[in-house]
Design a protein around this ligand. Sequence first.
Ligand code: DOR
Ligand code: ZN
Length: 346
Amino acid sequence: MAITLTRPDDWHLHLRDGAAMAAVLPDTARRFGRAIVMPNLKPPVTTVAAARAYRDRILLARPAGSTFEPLMTIYLTDNTAPAEIAAAKQSGIVHAVKYYPAGATTNSESGVTDWHKARPALAAMEQHDLPLLLHGEVTDSDVDVFDRERVFLARHLAPLQRDFPGLRMVLEHVTTADAVDYVRAAGPKLAATITAHHLLWNRNAIFQGGIRPHAFCLPVLKRERHRQALVAAATGDDPRFFLGTDSAPHARHTKEHSCGCAGIYTAHAGIELYAEAFAAQGKLDRLQAFASERGPDFYRLPRNRDRITLEPVPMPVPATLAYGEHELVPMRAGETVAWRLVSATA
Ligand code: DOR
Ligand code: ZN
């Protein structure tokens, strides 16, 4: 049976820039009303002026007639000035600040080397009530890659909450039962986003008959027990878990490489993949809260007023999609997704 939802928003998205952005933006704009746009460009979006210019480029690249609204973020560095945070809040276009531990992932070289250095900016965010978005992984080379999220919780997140008790934070793309338990036990100022790929795949997907670079993302996929904890959180009652695709396009040749990039492209089926994960639990009735209600409530924005309809008809996914002068390999390439977007009505 078809389902109709309040139009969802994507609370964690990589749009890139230039021709790459123009190629991927229509996939998101067709499905989602708004998206929190990640600032990890080269160079990163560290100022309000850069965020404003990036936003203008996104608006220009929207398909004709689209009302998709990019919600901008700025990239926290060791040197982010409190005045930049005040200006960000004042701008009305910057909705959060992103914390990448330096070296954690794609284009994170300019990220935070030690968050104590960013204390003035964090205090300003707390003062101005501008949320902090966390890539919640430690980067220490002696910590096992599958443990990096769990170690981040005790080593960095707990002290951040202690020192900035008024700061609203989103633990982005949670991947472990540990993170789910941590968020559940925390107060209303901490929320988490969950990707579709972490709901649908466990770490076996990376090694299915050989090494699968298109299933590599960060934080890396975890074991089945963790996937099940994420599914329980997404389909459960706690309002602090909501949708963030982390759709992260990379040109095919940069993933099919001896040192392949992290990131999975899901925007082509950005809501359909979640419908599949929820339907598998018999919890489609919970999709609207997760996809369309809890995110705007946390970010203190109005919920969308228009709707979308999905039907349980298999949608074939092409083997590749155009990506500027290159191509990318989307999630489920050459296979099908169990749901299809039928219509979007005002
Ligand atoms: O898999 C990922 N890809 N994780 C990130 O944190 C960054 C993202 C990207 O920008 O490609
Ligand atoms: Zn991301």
